[in-house]
Design a protein around this ligand. Structure first.
Ligand SMILES: Cc1cc2nc3c(=O)[nH]c(=O)nc-3n(C[C@H](O)[C@H](O)[C@H](O)COP(=O)(O)O)c2cc1C
Length: 166
């Protein structure tokens, strides 16, 4: 079965997951930031990864813009986030990122990401610093600001199973 993995990543966790999925499936792995005209060709499975920024999926505009080209393929979406994946966040992220007709046509797998405060660029430092002041009592904000790494290869297991299922 032909397929491809498309991703966008700022600090490497989404890219790491995309590369592991590429290794397991043999699919080419494409960075959205480097390739502006992605050829879908005869790929029957499109895996799309993005990270969560202010409760939204960073790959959402590419998906919305390209939906007509990919909607008749098997579309698998994954994300890397600060929040540990759970059903409630899965629903919230989907609802805030994609319109209903697209939500209904994809399978979404949120994965646990990585957050190292010392590595943030200046814009993200200011943003997370402000969030930390405003929502300092929030457990997710406190945990993120302390730094964490939840990226593990075993997290892609369900995605690989979904790709292999006909
Ligand atoms: C500015 C900023 C905002 C973020 N907002 C959220 C958020 O709203 N919810 C969440 O779960 N994680 C949030 N995160 C955590 C990232 O989604 C997480 O660190 C992810 O693994 C980063 O992906 P990357 O390593 O591929 O860039 C945020 C991270 C940054 C830097």
């Amino acid at each position: 079965m032909k397929g491809m993995v498309i991703f966008t990543s700022k600090y490497g966790s989404t890219e790491q997951y995309a590369r592991w999925i590429g290794e397991e499936t043999g699919f080419p792995v494409i960075d959205l930031k480097k390739d502006k005209n992605i050829m879908i060709d005869d790929a029957r499975i499109i895996v799309i990864g993005g990270w969560i920024l202010a409760s939204k999926l960073t790959s959402r505009s590419w998906i919305i813009k390209n939906w007509d080209r990919i909607k008749d393929r098997k579309v698998i979406l994954f994300s890397a986030s600060g929040e540990e994946p759970n059903e409630k966040m899965k629903r919230t992220i989907l609802e805030q990122s994609l319109p209903p007709h697209i939500r209904d046509g994809i399978s979404y797998y949120p994965l646990y990401g990585r957050f190292i405060p010392e590595r943030l660029n200046i814009g993200h430092r200011i943003m997370t610093g402000a969030a930390s002041k405003l929502f300092g009592g929030d457990p997710l904000v406190r945990k993120m600001m302390a730094g964490f790494d939840g990226v593990k290869k075993e997290n892609i297991k369900s995605i690989i199973e979904a790709i292999r299922k006909r």
